[in-house]
Design a protein around this ligand. Sequence first.
Ligand code: ARG
Length: 582
Amino acid sequence: MSILKKINEELKQKLESIGYKVDNITLLPSNRKDLGDFQINDAMNLAKIYKKSPVEIAKEIVECLKKDPKYTNINIAGPGFINLTLSEEFLTEELNKISTDIHYNIDKPEFKKVIIDFGGANVAKCLHVGHLRSANLGEALKRLARLMGYEVLGDAHLGDYGRPLGLVVLEIKKMYPKLEYFNKDYTGDFSEIDLPITNDDLEKIYPLASIKSKEDEAYLEEAREITAKIQNHERGYYDLWKKVVEISKSEIKKVYDTINVDYDLWLGESDSVEYFDELNKIFEEKHLLTDSDGAKIILLEEETDKAPMPPLLFIKSNGSISYETTDLATILQRKKEYDPDEIWYCVDGRQELHFDQVFRAARYANLVDEKVKLEFIGFGTMNGKDGKPFKTRDGGIMTLKDLIKLVNEETIKRINLENISEEEKKEIALKVAIACLKYSDFIPHRSTDYIFELDKFADLEGKTGSYILYSTIRMKSLLAKSSGIKQEKMHSINGETEKEIGLILLNLPSVLSKTLETKSLNDLTDYIFKLTSAYNKFYSENKILIEENQEKRESWLVLTSLVYKTNLLILDVLGIEVPDKM
Ligand code: ARG
């Protein structure tokens, strides 16, 4: 249990010992630092319950707290607000405990098994900026949840099903009609066939096929037929589709790798299809399907709805299944194969209605137990300076690869290291670029749209990834320089800045818990900025390595290493890698 939580538990018992029963009592950070570091406001409530004056109760509490040496400077303000400060001895001792085990001060919630559906890249299409947000958010939540003791499986849930794939295969057929994949008489092994197509080609093929299908009805019809062939696992077409998925997946993996995103499960929409028959049976047996012009739909409207709730299109009139249905089948699949307590979906906020529909239908059919939580974790869009979705310089759609290239160009300009090879410089610039991109993406609450400022996101001053990285690297090199010096423990806290750092460190668990609850990383980016800024103030106030008082120097080094370790822990949650230098 975290330090402050332990204190709260202890306070509750102290109150009980003087005759007051409360469900919980909290030591709150004070907003009047001149009166104390913390405040306790519970006397007001107790006054109502016990019909006494709050000041009288506050006085009794103060008397009781005075017997505990961890509290100093205890006083009452106004009608019964208690102010107090944690003693420097206590703070020092607790910081030493965190320093030996960083997990000492982290609260572990009740164990859960969670599947996080994030990334959502689409096969044979470019990853775009929206996919970046989903991947960043999901990866960070995965890491955070693991830190807090959850068992987590991250699933890429690739968009590998439906008409886009039919279009791509059709266009390949138009380009290379003689490929064996389209030869009915070919009986050989398709894996031996050299497909003259790279991922770059695929990224051009889909937009082209998409335009053609809009202009040419016959082309569209052919794409429909091919989609059906793929879905019926017809030899040749199905094999080519698998090949396309493979090519595309290896490229998708590369891009995710660059942004430190990784998956336990590389499943796709198509993997859910084997559960479709069972799904269909469940919905049929529960009489949840309604005929509608040859299609089958699920009616979802309820009397208490405040917004329109359209029916879910379960099977289209042409017999194919919808995006909603693959999501329902995926829920069934996840239930059967992994049996999670919760499923989190990190998806663009504009898909909220889709998930409302899917979740409601899943509930109607009891696809998962009532207590299994299905949570939509929507996010806003990243916009350019004009407030519109981020575009390339010539006005095209910004792919994720374009964006990474662009931010990398920015950070290369800012790396001033001497005596390093061009190669190394590039490597560092890329790490810094990704760090800045991710950090700036986490600053606003996930649900808000925000403007990405290319000229500011990597500044060395202010709330940026560069600032955090630069400061963290500086801590590391200070520690490296101090390697011969004894640094076992902190002996004391010397002054306000050090105390401020200590108090910020004490507060980490509540920030982590809140982040796990809101599933937005903004509080954590705030926190690391505050901690780093406080540390930098301390750094500029003291000459750590040449301090003559040995105990002071040792305390300062231990404090430095504690902040360094905390920064690494948070950066790891954010999926940000720290270069050796920058
Ligand atoms: N592939 C989808 C897209 O690009 C996102 C998938 C989100 N996850 C899900 N289970 N539907 O819009």
